[in-house]
Write a protein that binds this ligand. Structure first.
Ligand code: PGA
Length: 248
């Protein structure tokens, strides 16, 4: 059985008020039956850990492919781990767009992350133009093949399907569209890593998940949780999403 995962991505947001929201979330879910993950800006990893407990895992939003060196402004996977992180989001579409990250870059970062003992949450998804051009599955296939290193396991790989056009827009694919892509990713993982490992790997949906649509999305086959942006910033929004996942 795959343990479900509710992951929140703070993106470039974070202050004392958000830390208080995290504390409230931690208090509301002292013993969750799903994994709960918050990924704050790296500067807040330590403080976030101080405001929550073992009930909430923490993660980075990116890491460098190298372990150290002359890379101004970057953060190594080992540094995230030393700051208490157990996960790192990689290849988010905002990184791919804002920083020109390629599948090859994501692959190298995922290797570094898993070498450091982190679980890599590898994001992929199509643009609206690609969706409308009927290219979704071929884009996903290329991103899966290009971004995921060999030898990963259900302990250190989570795949997040995030259609770019659904992120922060309020637009959500139909449940059938989500099912089609998640089933496609499951089949890919089974073929590449073997049926046992492929069945154990979690596949998250991300893009405008909110309390009002979480239950129906979590009922879709091969949806093992969510990667949540906007709705993870308030405990009052993220908490019902966690509860919906617990009940799925
Ligand atoms: P959103 O972001 O929930 O605000 O759409 C999702 C994401 O970027 O992971």
């Amino acid at each position: 059985m795959r343990r479900k995962l509710a992951a929140g991505n703070w993106k470039m947001n974070g202050n004392a008020a958000l830390l208080a929201e995290a504390k409230a979330l931690s208090t509301a879910h002292p013993n969750p039956s799903v994994d709960v993950l918050l990924c704050p800006p790296a500067t807040l990893l330590g403080q976030l850990g101080d405001n929550t407990g073992a009930n909430i895992a923490t993660g980075g939003q990116d890491c460098h492919a190298q372990e150290n060196g002359a890379h101004t402004g970057d953060i190594a996977a080992t540094m995230l781990r030393d700051a208490g992180a157990s996960y790192v989001i990689l290849g988010h579409s905002e990184r791919r767009q804002d920083h020109g990250e390629s599948d090859k870059d994501v692959h190298a970062k995922a290797q570094a992350a898993t070498n450091a003992g982190l679980c890599a949450v590898i994001c992929l998804g199509e643009s609206l133009q690609e969706r409308e051009g009927g290219k979704t599955l071929s884009i996903i296939a290329n991103q899966l093949a290009g971004s995921i290193p060999d030898g990963l396991t259900s302990d250190n790989l989570v795949v997040a399907y995030e259609p770019i056009w659904a992120i922060g827009t309020g637009m959500v694919p139909s449940l059938e569209q989500i099912r089609e892509v998640h089933d496609f990713i499951r089949t890919y993982l089974q073929k590449r890593f073997g049926v046992g490992a492929g069945n154990g790997m979690r596949i998250l949906y991300g893009g405008s998940v909110k309390p009002s649509n979480a239950t129906e999305i979590f009922a879709v086959s091969n949806v093992d949780g969510a990667l949540v942006g906007g709705a993870c910033l308030k405990s009052a929004d993220f908490s019902p999403i966690i509860s919906a996942l617990e009940q799925a």
